[in-house]
Design a protein around this ligand. Structure first.
Ligand code: 1HE
Length: 259
């Protein structure tokens, strides 16, 4: 695994906790750090059932480390972007669902990183922006694919053309985050959700993280067919049969509006 002083990894039970630890630079992502993110998600221990991604300090992530950008020509820029794609695909299509704990700046590549996670929990200090537009560059970490799927092409276009910044409340309404919690509580909420996610059948989590986004991108006819294959595989697992039996024999929780 690529060692990096700007990335901390630990297991808390069956939850992998990954934290950007470069608060003096607002967790800006250098080339070395993006490779470390790739490696940590590629090589998660087999005991991990869910992961939480956090950023140390007041900001989740200020995006690309701008101090490195001036050295690249066009070809190197293409390879640099592809390196980000590869790393963030390891987050999105790794072995476990990833829950992002957001606070402060979630901007540029930081928003691209957050978008590669499966659930985003924001606290009320969170703000979202794509300053690439005003820096004379373009997104390069998969943002033009993932961000419109969260908020739509018109909102992303506006953010990049005008430098619009979304605060926590408007950002949650727009679709950046699925949860909004008070200041300082996003990590605890992310861990609470991670524990729920970790208690699901692994095949269900796999279907949701690897199957659902691909099905949603397919034409409807192919999507229905892929869904049927996934449904058949998931329900044939012994764990699925046990869980359904548990419900029928009154050993499993009912759906509750208070959950
Ligand atoms: C950085 C970076 C960075 C901070 N690269 N060094 N992202 C941006 O354009 C966002 C740039 N950052 C900011 O707008 C602000 O730093 C924040 C709103 C995130 C935070 O503000 P603040 O007042 O808390 O911190 P600061 O004083 O601006 O920054 C503290 C230090 O971090 C300072 O360095 P210092 O040596 O003077 O202390 C900053 O230079 C440094 N810093 N952000 C490098 N991003 C795959 S393509 C993705 C393309 C992009 O992500 S482009 C968008 C980049």
């Amino acid at each position: 695994m690529t060692q990096n002083k700007d990335l901390h990894f630990e297991m808390q039970g069956d939850i992998a906790v990954v934290r950007l630890t470069r608060p003096a630079k607002r967790n800006a992502i250098s080339d070395a750090l993006v490779l470390a993110i790739r490696d940590v998600f590629e090589k998660l221990p087999s005991t991990a059932r869910a992961a939480v991604l956090d950023g140390e300090g007041e900001h989740f992530c200020a995006g690309l480390d701008l101090s490195e950008i001036n050295e690249r020509d066009a070809g190197q820029g293409v390879h640099h972007s592809r390196m980000w794609h590869h790393a963030l695909e390891r987050v999105q299509y790794g072995p476990v669902p990833v829950i992002a704990s957001l606070h402060g700046a979630v901007v540029g590549g930081g928003l691209e990183l957050a978008s590669s996670c499966h659930i985003r929990v924001a606290d009320d200090t969170t703000f979202y922006a794509l300053p690439e537009g005003s820096r004379g560059i373009f997104v390069g970490g998969g943002g033009s694919v993932r961000i419109p799927r969260l908020i739509g092409v018109p909102r992303m276009t506006d953010m990049m053309l005008t430098g619009r910044v979304y605060n926590a409340v408007d950002g949650e309404r727009a679709g950046f985050a699925q949860y909004l919690v008070p200041n300082g509580q996003s990590f605890d909420k992310a861990m609470e959700l991670a524990r729920k996610v970790a208690s699901n059948a692994p095949l269900t989590n796999y279907a949701l993280t690897h199957g659902l986004p691909r099905i949603a991108d397919q034409p409807a006819d192919l999507g229905y067919f892929t869904e049927a294959l996934m449904a058949g595989i998931a329900q044939s697992a012994p764990e699925a049969k046990q869980r359904v039996r548990d419900f029928l024999e009154k050993r499993a929780a009912k759906v509750s509006k208070d959950a």
